[in-house]
Design a binder for this molecule. Structure first.
Ligand SMILES: [Zn+2]
Length: 342
């Protein structure tokens, strides 16, 4: 409660007292954790989406779920210790997790995680609650990213938004009528696993020809390696150990003028555009956001993607729908995971 007294002296010499009592809303906070394949940043986030402090530990998925739960609770305890006495008691609402896998929300379990091998039916919420006496919520990592972008990022102010994260794979998240769409079984938004090439390259999910197998950073690296081994192409990428070429190398060489590298990125963009056309026709969203590390090559990917999407999707949708790069970068997942509490 805040009390404000305003004294106003009128011309005639009267004194007026206004006692305005304003219910000051207590500021609230939540902790967001983004469980990646390698690193696991953990942040205290305020109710406006601002990150106040981040602690980053390794994920070390090979050490198992108990060890991960222990390291998450250690990060959280370090944050709580740092903010003890600095924040009002009871204003940190809980811990939100962004998990890279298929989740069972009712049971609080990770059903399966393609990037955390051997992780099946892990009761992650229970494991963390045993170590921390705090509420714990979770969502898929790409869902958390689109929740973050919709809250304070590239999709702020829109009603319907789609996010595609281009990294080692292709993740997806869907906002419909300002809410995350999880589907009937919690699996909705696996946008990287729509088929775009019949009998195409094998995907990590077991299907052939998925968008992920053509528009991800790993797919670009795979295509470049295959062509450099088989074909008589001229490229500055040959200066490198072909087996170690990454999408980032391809981007750097494209920037230095290598035509082969540029064409690999344009091709990734073309396949991305096929996916975008499909999502535009299904969802008719206000915006499709492209995030993830590979989106740093946007100057090559996006023009090719927009060209291709225009050829395939309804013009009426394409003319109105925006296609933009994500705004929050690597922080989107943590911010979205914390947002689960607000
Ligand atoms: Zn797939």
């Amino acid at each position: 409660m805040v009390s404000v007294i305003i004294i106003s002296v009128l011309e005639k010499g009267y004194l007026l007292f206004y006692d305005i009592r304003i219910m000051a809303k207590k500021k609230q906070y939540a902790i967001g954790v983004d469980i990646g394949g390698t690193n696991m940043p953990c942040s205290l986030v305020d109710d406006k989406g601002k990150i106040l402090r981040t602690i980053e530990k390794k994920t070390l998925p090979e050490q198992g779920a108990d060890s991960l739960a222990l390291r998450i609770s250690e990060s959280v305890k370090e944050l709580l210790t740092y903010f003890k006495g600095r924040l009002k008691k009871g204003t940190i609402l809980g811990v939100g997790l962004g998990v890279p896998g298929i989740l069972d929300h009712k049971r609080g379990e990770i059903v399966t995680c393609p990037n955390l091998p051997g992780w099946k039916n892990v009761p992650i919420i229970k494991l963390i609650k045993q170590k921390l006496k705090m509420p714990v919520l979770m969502d898929n990592d790409a869902n958390c990213a689109v929740i973050g972008e919709h809250w304070i990022g590239a999709a702020k102010g829109t009603k319907n938004a789609i996010l595609l994260t281009l990294g080692s794979g292709v993740g997806g998240g869907i906002i419909i009528d300002n809410k995350i769409y999880r589907g009937s079984h919690g699996v909705a938004g696996e946008l990287g696993h729509i088929t775009i090439v019949a009998e195409g390259a094998l995907c990590g999910c077991g299907n052939h020809g998925c968008l992920e197998a053509y528009a991800s950073a790993n797919a670009a690296a795979r295509t470049a390696k295959e062509r450099l081994r088989k074909e008589e192409v001229i490229s500055t990428l040959r200066e490198k150990d072909i087996n170690k070429i990454t999408a980032h190398d391809i981007f750097l060489h494209a920037e230095a003028g290598d035509i082969f590298s540029k064409n690999i990125l344009f091709e990734s963009g073309k396949y991305l555009g096929m996916g975008i056309a499909t999502f535009a026709n299904i969802f008719d969203p206000d915006i499709i956001i492209i995030g993830g590390g590979f989106s740093d090559a946007e100057k090559y990917l996006l023009p090719a993607a927009i060209d291709e999407a225009y050829k395939r999707a309804f013009k009426h949708v394409m003319d109105k729908m925006k296609i933009k790069k994500a705004k929050l970068g690597n922080n989107a997942g943590m911010i979205g995971a914390a947002r689960l509490f607000f």
